[in-house]
Design a protein around this ligand. Structure first.
Ligand SMILES: [Zn+2]
Ligand SMILES: [Zn+2]
Length: 264
C-alpha cells in the first residue's frame, strides 16, 4: 500500500504576508496537496500554489484535481501565477460549489487579469458539487460537508484503503458545527484545521476557529493528528512559536509550516 504524502504550500489566512517576521511558518495563503503514487489532489489555490506549480512541472505531473473550499480571494490568488497553466497537455480539474465556473471565468478576465480561461495552453475543467454529496477521484472517495463560513464553504474528507484525510479550513466551530464535524471527521488520520484565531482574539461570525477547538474536536472524534493552518495575517513567527509551545504539549497537534511534508 502506498503512503499518502501531504504537503504544506500555504498556511496563511486572509492575505499573503511576504515579510521576514512570517518566514518560519510562511507567508503564503492556503494551499495543500495530497499525493499518492502519481495522483495529486490540491486543496485550495492560495499563493502557495505558485511553488506547488513549479514542483508539478518538475515531476511532470500532467493531470491533477483541485478541491476548492470556497471562492474567497485568499484561496484563489495562486491561480494568477500558476505556471502549469502555460504548459500544453496539462489537464486541471477544479471542483467547488455551484456557480464556480462562472465566477472563475469572471475573475480570469479583464480588468482583473489579461487572460481568459481559454487563453491558457492547459485545459481547465470545472466540476460543480453540492455539499453533503460524495464522489470518487481515482481510488479516493471524496465526502463533503458544508462549513460554517460567510458566503459558505465546503469541507472535504478523502478515504482510501482504510486511510483518511480531512480538510476543514474556513469554518467557525460553534456547538452545532462541532457535533457535525465530529461525525464527519471521525477516525480520520489527519485533519487540516482552521486556526485563524487564538481564543482571546476569537470573533463570532467571522467564520473561523481556534487551535484549541481543533484539539478538542480531534480528541472527541478520535482523529490521529490535527494540522493547524490558515493563521491570522498579524500572527508573527515569534507569536506562533509561543502558541505552538502551549498547544503542541498535546502530541496530536502540529502547527503547519510551508515546505512541511507529512505521511499517512
Ligand atoms: Zn480563508
Ligand atoms: Zn473565507
Amino acid at each position: 500500500m502506498q503512503d499518502w504524502e501531504i504537503s504544506v504550500w500555504g498556511v496563511r489566512g486572509s492575505a499573503p504576508v511576504p515579510s521576514k517576521e512570517f518566514m518560519e511558518y510562511g507567508g503564503n495563503t492556503s494551499c495543500f496537496s495530497v499525493k499518492r503514487e502519481n495522483h495529486v489532489i490540491i486543496f485550495d489555490m492560495g499563493t502557495g500554489l505558485t511553488r506547488l506549480g513549479r514542483e508539478l512541472i518538475k515531476q511532470k505531473i500532467m493531470r491533477f484535481d483541485v478541491l476548492l473550499s470556497h471562492l474567497h480571494i485568499d484561496h484563489l490568488l495562486g491561480l494568477f501565477s500558476f505556471q502549469p497553466l502555460f504548459c500544453p497537455g496539462i489537464e486541471m480539474h477544479i471542483y467547488g460549489r455551484i456557480g464556480l465556473e462562472e465566477d472563475i471565468r469572471k475573475l480570469l478576465s479583464p480588468p482583473w487579469y489579461p487572460l481568459g480561461v481559454e487563453d491558457f495552453s492547459a485545459k481547465i475543467h470545472f466540476h460543480e458539487i453540492e455539499p453533503e454529496k460524495s464522489f470518487h477521484l481515482g481510488e479516493f472517495l471524496v465526502s463533503t460537508i458544508k462549513g460554517n463560513h460567510p458566503n459558505g464553504s465546503i469541507l472535504y474528507r478523502l478515504d482510501s484503503d482504510g486511510e483518511s484525510f480531512v480538510y476543514a479550513l474556513d469554518c467557525e466551530c460553534d456547538r452545532e458545527t462541532f457535533l457535525q464535524l465530529s461525525e464527519f471527521a471521525y477516525g480520520s488520520d489527519l485533519m487540516v484545521w482552521d486556526s485563524y484565531f487564538i481564543e482571546k482574539d476569537f470573533k463570532k461570525g467571522w467564520g473561523h476557529s481556534t487551535w484549541k477547538q481543533g484539539i478538542e474536536i480531534a480528541q472527541e472524534a478520535n482523529i490521529g493528528r490535527v494540522l493547524m493552518a490558515h493563521y491570522h495575517s498579524e500572527y508573527t513567527d515569534i507569536f506562533l512559536r509561543e502558541q505552538e509551545n502551549i498547544a503542541c504539549k498535546d502530541k496530536i497537534c502540529i502547527f503547519s509550516k510551508e515546505g512541511m511534508t507529512l505521511r499517512i
